[in-house]
Structure formats: structure tokens, C-alpha cells
Ligand binder design. Structure first.
Ligand SMILES: [Zn+2]
Ligand SMILES: [Zn+2]
Length: 204
């Protein structure tokens, strides 16, 4: 077998719990045991051959030299797991493959992809979906504020220069951080005016 990533049910701690395991054959048919856990994990190439001969229907094959197979692999699996496997392949084999971002569909090298809770994201999409203040990644742009117009609509009582300052420095920013920032800036302003008032009194 060549150029193929194999996914199967490994694990098997206490006899009942299984999890996805992976091995890979490169273009010369060289065997790589990528992720192997528990009692059902493949230990070596012989074990792998045994698993393949058993021909279980919960074993999946990806001809990862094709874009179609890489797309399928990303779509069908948990993003954390995908990120783990593609980083492993990038570091441990001579493979130089690009993988599709789950959001924009652009193919990127593993080093530029990050697995979030729901998706495998490229660096560009990552910055579009993460808060510029706390760094948390959101599933929807609706959970973030990224323009002054949007900020004005949501916080009509806050002075425009303050909203603008926050947007310029942190957008996109999550609602939680936005509110904290507004509070922080307002407090700063009050402190500033109090100080000025004191100074004036002292001078007089
Ligand atoms: Zn993307
Ligand atoms: Zn935030």
C-alpha cells in the first residue's frame, strides 16, 4: 500500500472505549505508526497488515496525495484530531501537503492551520473569528464587533471617540471584552479629570 492514510478504531481501554487511530504508508510503501492507543492500537507493520486483512468496515482509507481525499479527511473528522494528524505528517514524513481551511476552503500547509472546537482554520480565518482582546475563537462573526457603525448601534450611550479607540485597537472584539474595555476607558477618563481638578486646586 502507498500514499495512504489509514484510520481505524483503536483504543479499547477496559474493553469498551475506542478512539480513532492512524497509520500511514508513504510513496515507497514505508510504514508510519502515527497514533496508536489502547489495546486495539496497531503496534507495528505486522499488526497493521493483520488489521487490513480483517477488512473491517470502520477502517477508512485516504489517498492523501489527492485534494479530494484531503478535503474528505478534514470534513469527516474532529478538527483537533485533524490538526494533530496533519502536523504529525508534516513533521515526521517528507510529505509537503496543503489541507483545506474549513471556513474559506483555501488549501494551506499544516503549520498555518489551527484546529478549533468546530473547525480547522487558516491563519486569516483565525484572525477573523477570534477576539482581538482575549483571543477566544468564535463560531460566528455575529458574536464579534468589528466596525465603528456596529459599535455605535450596540452602545449608543458611549462617546464615539472612545468606541473608535477600542475598534482601532482590538477589532474584531467580543461583546464581553468590548464592555470591559468601555468600563476601563471611562474609569480612566474619570481618574484623569479628577487629577486635573486636584492640580488646579493646588495651583490656585
Ligand atoms: Zn480560511
Ligand atoms: Zn474577548
Amino acid at each position: 500500500m502507498k500514499n495512504t492514510l489509514i484510520q481505524y478504531r483503536g483504543g479499547g481501554y477496559n474493553g469498551c472505549y475506542w478512539e480513532w487511530n492512524f497509520f500511514y504508508f508513504d510513496k515507497n510503501g514505508k510504514f508510519y505508526n502515527i497514533l496508536s492507543t489502547g489495546r486495539n492500537g496497531v503496534k507495528d507493520e505486522k499488526d497493521a497488515a493483520r488489521l487490513l486483512a480483517a477488512n473491517e468496515n470502520s477502517t477508512y482509507f485516504y489517498r492523501i496525495t489527492t485534494k479530494k481525499a484531503r478535503k474528505e479527511f478534514v470534513r469527516e473528522n474532529n478538527p483537533f484530531l485533524v490538526a494533530k494528524i496533519i502536523h504529525w505528517l508534516g513533521e515526521n514524513t517528507k510529505l509537503c501537503l496543503s489541507w483545506p481551511c474549513d471556513n474559506c476552503g483555501i488549501f494551506c500547509f499544516a503549520a498555518n492551520l489551527i484546529g478549533t472546537g468546530e473547525r480547522l482554520l487558516c491563519c486569516d480565518c483565525m484572525s477573523t473569528f477570534s477576539c482581538g482582546n482575549c483571543g477566544e475563537i468564535f463560531e460566528s462573526r455575529n458574536q464579534l464587533i468589528d466596525t465603528l457603525q456596529q459599535a455605535q448601534k450596540e452602545f449608543p450611550e458611549v462617546p464615539e471617540d472612545l468606541l473608535n479607540k477600542i475598534i482601532e485597537n482590538f477589532a474584531p472584539i467580543c461583546y464581553y471584552c468590548f464592555e470591559r474595555r468601555v468600563e476601563f476607558e471611562l474609569e480612566n477618563k474619570i481618574r484623569y479629570w479628577n487629577n486635573l481638578w486636584y492640580k488646579d486646586r493646588l495651583v490656585v
